[in-house]
Design a protein around this ligand. Structure first.
Ligand code: LHQ
Length: 265
């Protein structure tokens, strides 16, 4: 995939693709170019069969500070001012690509993670954070509602009461608190953050990738479905999973009392 982005660093190590948002001077705030580049990169990662796990992270001391407020002011002051809902479509491309790509996506969060950057992290399948993380649903601080899927992801992850509190008060939530309330899967000391992220990503990249894609589909569809529908969907997905090489390998490895070696097919 393309690697010559203006505001993204792309690094592939085996099956792990790391996408680093790279505007550290503004805590990786999203200007127009970064939004479009990230949309392109996650779509490309979804298509690339050599990529079996994606890590999304930020350069420097932060994951991201949300919409670049200077860039937004400039865009709105232009000759043809845009409607914000139309501007948001470009973010929605990122969120759809993360949610539908048939492989795990990890948000690796250190430092500030505010506004729409926070909600993009919530769209990922797993979140690991450093103990310096500061989650801020910053929208109400500037008189806005959570966007970037925050109204969907936040109450589903932490429940309605906490989602309301985070959205209305817009106070910082620490990494440890984020782990306690289920906003992240794991909070680790900053000194261990990079190694812990890589270990998690490499483990996933060596796993049964097709099953992971189907697990993702099952879990995400179940959020919208009743029990009967979910039972039907699980059967449809298991029909696919049981025909994979990785299923055969997993069973063979169990019977032969050896570790499984998954090809991702
Ligand atoms: C920034 C930003 C930033 C530009 C830090 N922009 N420069 C909204 C509207 C429409 C459509 C799309 O959707 C959205 C969604 C959103 O994301 S709304 C939320 C937008 N984000 C914010 O309101 C957060 C604004 N930033 C802050 O409140 C603080 O910077 C936080 C709390 C994130 C971090 O505070 P500190 O750790 O004290 O860092 P800092 O404030 O000193 O920031 C470092 C630099 O980064 C600084 O620049 P400077 O030139 O003074 O060193 C900031 O101006 C710049 N920066 N966020 N979003």
């Amino acid at each position: 995939m393309r690697t010559d982005f203006q505001h993204l660093l792309i690094h592939q190590d085996g099956g792990v693709l790391t996408i680093t948002m790279n505007r550290p001077e503004v805590l990786n705030a999203f200007n127009s170019a970064l939004i479009d580049e990230l949309g392109e990169a996650v779509e490309a990662a979804a298509q690339d069969e050599t990529v079996r796990c994606v890590v999304l992270t930020g350069a420097g001391r932060a994951f991201g500070s949300g919409q670049d407020l200077r860039d937004l002011a400039a865009v709105r002051a232009g000759d043809e001012p845009i409607k914000v809902s139309e501007h948001l479509w470009r973010y929605h491309r990122i969120i759809r690509a993360i949610r539908t790509m048939p492989k795990p996506v990890i948000a690796a969060v250190r430092g500030v993670v505010a506004g729409i950057s926070c909600n993009i992290a919530l769209a990922c399948d797993l979140r690991i954070c450093a103990d310096d993380a500061r989650f801020i649903e910053a929208f109400a601080r500037i008189g806005l509602v959570p966007d970037g899927g925050g109204g969907y992801f936040l109450p589903r992850l932490v429940g309605l009461a906490k989602a309301m509190e985070m959205s209305m008060l817009a106070d910082e939530v620490s990494g440890q608190e984020a782990e306690r309330i289920g906003l992240v899967n794991r909070c680790v000391p900053l000194a261990e953050f990079e190694a812990a992220t890589l270990a998690l990503a490499q483990r996933l990249a060596k796993g049964p990738t097709r099953a992971y894609g189907l697990i993702k589909e099952l879990m995400n569809k179940s959020l919208e479905s009743d029990l009967e529908t979910t039972l039907r969907i699980e059967g449809e997905l298991q029909d696919i999973a049981i025909e994979t090489a990785d299923h055969r390998e997993g069973v063979a490895a169990f019977l032969q009392k050896r570790p499984a070696k998954y090809s991702g097919r």
